[in-house]
Ligand binder design. Structure first.
Ligand code: MV4
Length: 514
């Protein structure tokens, strides 16, 4: 890869580790950046060099454009990979990189900007023949226009922020009488969150699935679709479980979704990896929702069923090379790419599922990592790390592959029961229970699944409960044996052991012995 030799990884946690690994496989050096509390973090330890950005707040570290540009230049990087979150979808950051002579590993700033403005995105999609939800594709002037449009569409409607995405500034409106206050509230919220109070309206779709298509576009004129991800299992716009393929997508529907996604990418001059989000109604109609102009958290499920390393492809594309993905490219045809088997991802977060997913802090005192056939563990933390509230609660992603959906689920159960995390509550017990839920097993899910089934899922004991209790006990004994083999001067571990012993017993009681 001639033009790129060193890459600045402008992120932290699991995605920074993921990008560093891709760099190393492409024989590139990776430079990490870190905030003060992250100075010994896993991503720093994996990198070839690391640059300190500043104090813990993101504004002084991972969101600070001048510091990141300086870090890239000073450390001799030719390219910057933004990961997801932080600056990954800021057109101004992509521009700042280019202005500093750095290659931004992602789409052109113009594509980020076009898709970031949701009404502009709708106009581009309509022009490209991509179905959008019935609604307006320019901002509403006032609440009178909102009422007029809502009447035309038919209630219920959703007011959405043009500068938004991810649910902020969104209001559900059921009738004429609710428009005025909902419109003002949406406008205020959008203005506060995005500095832009522009609002548009869409017909509200009832109980859709959230289906997204992964695309890759290179500078040699090729755009490919790598199938769908089913992302309906979410809570307050945070996804918890994703899978590929979706039980709701037939080969014929996959082809139509893929054609729409490739057209969407073409309409904004896309380059690199991107995702087109769709809502799929119970009647089987699909509509463009928005485009994510970044690599996404859930990209590994696509990698496992399509046999593609999306982050390596991003690096190759950024260097001007052709992508190494063979198969369909629309327009122009070629054979469609087909999924092989089934992959599921569980997001392991530092949140307490038994306490309304309250974010948790603490020291990760003990960690046993699942592995073995068909299991992938993408983590940003290791034992001994402290989890704070400064950043996102995602600790790791556990991904299981199987020949069939059933096999992938069974493997996920096995992997989840191998996982031992002591020191703070995590989403693990929630995931174990979902893997036994009848509706989930049938694939009977939509975006309201957790609202409807969350309480039932959490009340049920997980199936490999006793195994898990035994696993915790075995880990406990192994750790104590390890402690005894250490010189007596090593006291830190034994101090920790007492608190994690306590936590482990609690876990065992909760999961197996109730
Ligand atoms: C919708 C919708 C129903 N109808 N639009 C939520 C965040 C933003 N990305 C768009 N969202 C939605 N837009 C229409 N016309 C339902 C949602 C929605 C949602 C979408 C995808 C995944 C999870 C969701 C959770 C709640 C609402």
């Amino acid at each position: 890869m001639s033009v790129i030799k060193r890459v600045l990884v402008a992120n932290r946690g699991e995605i920074a580790v993921r990008v560093i690994r891709a760099c190393h496989e492409e024989s590139l050096e990776a430079v990490a950046v870190y905030s003060e509390p992250d100075r010994l973090a896993l991503h720093v330890r994996h990198a070839d060099a690391a640059v300190r950005l500043g104090a813990a707040p993101s504004s002084e570290s991972y969101l600070n454009i001048p510091k990141l540009i300086a870090a890239a230049k000073d450390s001799g990087c030719q390219a910057v990979h933004p990961g997801y979150g932080f600056l990954s979808e800021r057109a101004a950051f992509a521009e700042a990189c280019v202005d500093a002579g750095l290659i931004f590993v992602g789409p052109p700033a113009s594509a980020i900007r076009a898709m970031g403005d949701k009404t502009e995105a709708r106009r581009r999609m309509q022009a490209a023949g991509v179905p959008v939800v019935p609604g307006t594709s320019t901002p509403l002037r006032d609440s009178n226009e909102a009422r007029k449009e809502a009447k035309r569409l038919g209630y219920p409607v959703l007011l959405k922020a043009a500068a938004g995405g991810g649910g902020k500034g969104m209001r559900l409106v059921g009738n004429d009488g609710e428009v005025e206050s909902a419109f003002q509230a949406a406008r205020r919220e959008a203005h506060k969150a995005f500095g832009d109070g522009s609002i548009y309206v869409e017909k509200h779709l009832e109980r859709p699935r959230h289906i997204e298509i992964q695309i890759l576009a290179d500078g040699h004129g090729r755009v490919v679709a790598l199938g769908e991800r089913e992302c309906s299992i979410q809570r307050r716009h945070q996804k918890l479980i994703e899978e590929s393929p979706s039980v709701a997508v037939s080969p014929a529907l996959r082809r139509r979704l893929s054609e729409a996604a490739v057209a969407a990418a073409g309409a904004v001059g896309y380059l690199s990896a991107g995702t087109i989000e769709f809502l799929l109604t119970p009647a089987g109609e699909f509509y463009f929702l928005e485009m994510n102009t970044r690599i996404q958290v859930e990209h590994p499920v696509t990698e496992l069923v399509y046999g593609v390393d999306l982050v390596r492809e991003q690096l190759r594309i950024a260097a001007g090379q052709a992508m190494r993905v063979h198969g369909a490219s629309w327009p122009g045809g070629g054979g469609q790419l087909h999924p092989r088997g089934h992959a599921i991802e569980c997001r392991i977060t530092a949140e307490d599922p038994f306490n309304d997913f309250l974010p948790a802090t603490g020291v990760l005192q003990y960690l046993r990592v699942p592995s073995g056939p068909g299991v992938r563990w993408d983590a940003g933390v290791e034992a001994g790390n402290e989890v704070t509230l400064f950043y996102d609660p995602l600790l790791a992603k556990l991904i299981a592959w199987g020949e069939t959906r059933e096999a992938a689920i069974q493997r996920m159960r096995r992997a989840l029961s191998e996982l031992v995390i002591v020191g703070l509550p995590t989403s693990q017990p929630f995931h174990l229970r979902v893997m036994d839920d009848a509706e989930f097993l049938k694939g009977d899910i939509d975006i309201t699944y957790l609202e409807r089934a969350g309480a039932r899922v959490l009340a049920a004991p997980p199936s490999p409960g006793l195994d898990r209790a035994l696993a915790v006990a075995a880990a406990l004994l192994a750790d104590q044996a390890h402690d005894r083999s250490l010189p007596s001067s090593v006291t830190v571990r034994s101090q920790q052991a007492s608190s994690w012993t306590q936590a482990a017993r609690l876990e065992a009681l909760r999961d197996g012995l109730e």
